[in-house]
Design a protein around this ligand. Structure first.
Ligand SMILES: [Zn+2]
Length: 444
């Protein structure tokens, strides 16, 4: 039995049913699970002092394309709209292979960890030159994050009127075969799982209607989740109406793409009927505010979604369209964006923090994560609020979102300390950055 006691935090934000915040609070970890939360706890194990800190559940990232960290701030894509942006980047991504996928994933995962993330999904939808989902899984195992990779896919290439070059698309039979392989090889349905696989055709317009339906059937057969991009911008809606004769929500529902085991990225353009559909069916949303700003897609109706009871989590989205991957800053952006659209009382700092933690855990169907309560997994972020960012703050919990810091002091995943005193403990970060920059230079 191993114990770690996080002791005397300025505040422990539990995100439990009563949303308790415990001043001078402790969290006791035993064998990767939270054993107790309260004041004056004791241990015979090790102690991590947390005076001057706020302790929160680890943040949850519900949408990312980790392979894209190698193509941040690419000149031709900096100011382009979604389709032009994709056409700039596809030829570069087509040159990637297993090493690029592995290294860029490690960089993205390390960046997430340093910004307080303990659980992340990933959406990998291209597999050039022998790359496999397994490359990202190996990357996550080394960084130490809890990982929900999704096996993405594109099957409609240029010669079929699609956007991606033919070299980046796959045959649909081969896609389904590899979906089965990765689920059978890696998916862990057990409570406390460090790795769960999902199925994720890239978007309704990069695969056929048949593949969408087949993927949904396969996911239900295997008991895994479904994920894709939906209703991202006006062009997306226009395409759906022209090609499918219906809005994206209807298309998703017709093909089995609604339900508690489905979550969609963006959903910027959901209308009232679609919000109601998502609420009734338990369908989740990955809200990606920085990406939506970066690509000029619009402001997702998060206030209306939350009021209707839709499950909403946050996503940093791929680093090519953010271009940062800092999850706590994403929570801040979510708050700011709702206020731009709906006024200063549209989202409180505590609600943004709730979406970033509990909200994401609900979207990913992880009732064992997202809050600090006995029996939950020990995924915990410790934020040092004694620094310049928080100096003068009257409310250390709200200041996490309104002021900073933007990096964690310590991060625990399944009770393992993967960030210690602000440094990644699992990897040699300077070496990783050097390796990433060396790879990036090959494509410039
Ligand atoms: Zn995306």
């Amino acid at each position: 039995m191993s114990e770690i006691l996080i002791r005397r935090a300025d505040v422990v934000v539990t995100m439990d049913g009563a949303r308790r915040e415990i001043a001078g609070g402790d969290v006791l970890i035993r064998d990767g699970v939270i054993a107790a939360v309260g004041q004056g706890l004791a241990t015979t194990g090790s102690v991590v002092e947390a005076a001057g800190c706020v302790v929160t559940p680890g943040l949850v990232n519900t949408h990312h394309h980790l392979y894209q960290t190698l193509t941040r701030a690419v000149p031709g894509g900096q100011d382009a709209l979604l389709f032009g942006w994709l056409q700039t980047l596809y030829p570069i991504w087509a040159k990637f292979g297993p090493e690029e996928i592995f290294v860029s994933a490690q960089v993205g995962l390390a960046e997430l960890a340093l910004s307080g993330c303990t659980l992340t999904s990933d959406h990998l939808y291209l597999f050039p030159n022998g790359a496999r989902l397994d490359d990202t899984i190996a990357a996550a195992a080394e960084v130490g994050l809890r990982f929900h990779p999704t096996r993405g896919a594109m099957s409609i290439g240029e010669s079929d009127g699609g956007l991606p070059p033919d070299s980046l698309v796959e045959r649909e039979a081969a896609i389904l075969e590899d979906c089965i392989r990765v689920v059978d090889a890696h998916h862990d349905a057990a409570e406390g799982a460090m790795l769960r696989v999902g199925l994720a055709p890239c978007s309704p317009f990069s695969v056929s209607r048949d593949l969408m339906r087949e993927a949904a059937l396969l996911a239900r057969d295997k008991g895994v989740m479904l994920h894709t991009h939906l209703a991202e911008n006006d062009e997306d809606i226009a395409y759906s109406l022209a090609k499918f004769g219906c809005r994206p929500g209807q298309y998703a529902e017709d093909l089995g793409w609604t339900g508690a085991d489905v979550w969609h990225a963006h959903c910027v353009k959901l209308d009232a009927g679609e919000i109601d559909l998502f609420a009734r069916s338990g369908t989740g949303v990955a809200h990606c505010p920085c990406s939506n700003c970066r690509l000029g897609s619009g402001i997702a109706p998060v206030r209306a979604m939350r009021d209707a009871g839709v499950k909403v989590g946050l996503g940093v989205d791929g680093s090519a369209s953010n271009d940062a991957g800092n999850l706590v800053l994403e929570a801040r952006q979510a708050l700011l964006l709702q206020r731009v659209s709906k006024g200063a009382n549209a989202m409180a700092a505590r609600e943004a923090l709730e979406i970033a933690t509990l909200g994401g855990a609900r979207v990913l169907n992880r009732p064992d994560c997202g809050s600090l309560e006995p029996g939950k997994r020990a995924d915990i972020a410790i934020w040092d609020v004694s620094g310049i960012e928080s100096a003068g703050s009257w409310d250390p919990v709200a200041s996490l979102i309104l002021c900073g810091p933007t990096r964690v002091r310590d991060l625990f995943v399944e009770g393992r300390r993967i960030v210690a005193e602000g440094q990644l403990a699992t990897l040699d970060l300077p070496r990783l950055i050097e390796r990433q920059n060396r790879l990036a230079r090959r494509f410039i």
